[in-house]
Design a protein around this ligand. Structure first.
Ligand code: NAD
Length: 273
């Protein structure tokens, strides 16, 4: 198991995770490292990243940190310079960073719309474009296609009240991923690209969202909103971060080598209903 993210010659693959200080991102970084990757953890602030690097090191993994604002093209160039000078070509990119706003269509401002698209959709586009050549080169060198995993959501598949902007950004992630997969095939890029679509995951992000949904009238109180959301997943609960991280490890590794342009639902059956 420890070698899922090694190349066939035994060398570790290099992976970068955005939004790595958050619930899903930190679980993903730990899981990638546990399976043999060298992980570059990135987010807006250095201190939580350093704590994460220390945790991964204590777990026996290899990681380093780099501050990266996914909405800023210059920040992506700096991250690319860091990865290339430290490790060489990137083999796994997890575009995970994301933000939400819980508002009715009528109340959503243009600033809300642009802020969410900048992080959730533009960030994913910039990351893909910035690292595409390096990912291709790593794929050629290892004879295993590199892997991009784009964080969508069940909100990229179905509509959710008071989350129209968030749903729109996650739908953009889903369709960009499919078009890029087709294009990479046509251009013989040695890169696979898939999106992942979690149901509700028990993180600070979800807690805030549930609080706001309760306030918006979806449920009489945040506690009842939480109970309703748990019951809405046929599996009977929200996911934990590691349950999404394990699916990301699969998409990152060569176990998923025939998958590209896929939308992987990890949603406890939410969208099966
Ligand atoms: N929690 C859920 O229920 C859920 C469900 C489906 C999808 N998702 C998606 O999973 C991803 C991670 O969510 P989470 O629950 O771990 O949230 P989280 O709030 O715990 O983590 C998100 C991280 O993204 C970072 N971030 C925000 N703006 C950024 C920027 N401009 N540049 C770089 N980093 C930035 C934050 O600092 C934070 O560390 C998001 O894309 C979210 O939309 C979450």
């Amino acid at each position: 198991m420890a070698n899922l993210l090694h190349c066939s010659d035994g060398s570790p693959k290099t992976a970068l995770v955005t939004g790595a200080s958050g619930g899903i991102g930190s679980a993903t970084a730990s899981a990638l490292a546990a399976h043999g990757a060298r992980v570059v953890v990135t987010d807006l602030e250095e201190a939580p990243l350093q704590a994460l690097v220390a945790r991964i090191s204590a777990e026996g993994g290899e990681a380093s940190s780099c501050v990266l604002d996914v909405g800023d093209p210059h920040s992506w160039q700096m991250a690319r310079d860091y990865v290339r000078s430290t490790y060489g070509n990137l083999a796994v990119l997890v575009n995970n960073a994301g933000i939400d706003v819980v508002k009715s269509v009528a109340d959503t401002t243009l600033a809300d719309w642009e802020r969410l698209f900048r992080v959730n959709s533009t960030g994913m586009f910039l990351g893909t474009q910035t690292f595409l050549d390096d990912l291709h080169e790593a794929g050629v060198a290892s004879q295993e296609r590199s892997s991009i995993i784009n964080m969508s959501s069940i909100c990229g598949n179905i509509g959710v009240a008071f989350q129209s902007t968030y749903c729109a950004t996650k739908g953009a992630v889903r369709m960009f991923t499919k078009a890029a997969a087709v294009e990479f095939g046509a251009l013989e890029r040695q890169v696979r690209i898939n999106s992942i679509h979690p149901g509700t995951v028990d993180t600070a992000f979800a807690a805030q969202c549930l609080h706001e949904l309760g306030e918006a009238g979806f449920a009489p109180s945040p506690a009842e909103a939480r109970a309703a959301i748990r019951a809405a997943h046929p599996i009977g609960d929200m996911a934990q971060g590691d349950e999404i991280a394990d699916a990301i490890v699969f998409l990152a590794s060569n176990l998923s080598r025939f998958m590209t342009g896929s939308e992987m639902l990890v949603d406890g059956g939410y969208t099966a209903q």
